[in-house]
Ligand binder design. Sequence first.
Ligand code: UDP
Ligand code: MG
Length: 301
Amino acid sequence: MSKVSIIVPCYNEEEALPIFYEAACKELAGIEDLEFYLIDDGSKDGTLAIMRNLAAKDSRVKYVSFSRNFGKEAALYAGLQAATGDYVAVADADMQDPPSLIPQMLEILESGEYDCVATRRVTRAGEPPVRSFFARCFYKLINRISSTEFKDGARDFRLMKRQMVDAVLSMTEYDRFSKGIFSWVGFRTKWLEYENVERSAGQTKWSFWKLFKYAIDGIVDFSAFPLLISCFAAGAFWLAALVMLIVCLCGASPSWLPLATFIAFCAGVIQTSVAILSLYFSKTYLQTKGRPVYIVAERKD
Ligand code: UDP
Ligand code: MG
């Protein structure tokens, strides 16, 4: 019998967590070997007290409580490190990741064809339109400039085999953008689609500004493209200098043109130095992340 771990990151979820626990117990009654890893991300309300109570009355419930708020990514990482299951699920506490889908996900993984079942929302009903608009722009942009695939509407909600969890844990980078990490490690992933569900209770922890910073993190963590903009800028200055030089040599140019040509030339030289630094820096940046060079799915030595 395989063991299943459910990781639940919680930040000020005193209202939502009991609802989640009740629902998960009901939906997952068929799983014999189950553990919950509740991660208290420095909540300021009664979340930790609820975790202590649940753990006291149900030995399957374990918890980790942070000394302060470190963010959902840190909570997910702590949960993945602590979980001991053969199958590991991550789900939000607010029922937006319906635990009722987990048995179906488990069935798909047990059939052996996939290593991971992930979920994506196909609707964004109930979300402010501006937020949906920026989310769509983010996915378009990042998919253009990153070699890692980012599925529009993908949630962190997923069930993974142990092998994939270990691969995710082998990525020890400090700035964790799980949507990218899950995709980067590869493995055969089945996508389930579902309609957006509204939060069961409590408030979203994501302000627009926090989401914006999160999007920037995603881009910086999974693409060196912003660094390479300096290469394009260098090219543009050289081209401008060349065109102006040709016009100067053809004669009949305005008196300011030689100076403008000289300025564009100097800018080209400086910008090229910046571009060269960027190229080396992008390599160093990747090296400091210490990502594995490859991840094995299967082997026979
Ligand atoms: N969360 C967390 N730390 C944070 C922010 C959020 O652990 O700093 C948890 C939160 O308790 C919830 C999940 O991450 O279980 C998703 O957060 P939320 O529902 O607020 O995000 P949304 O669904 O609105 O994107
Ligand atoms: Mg939510």
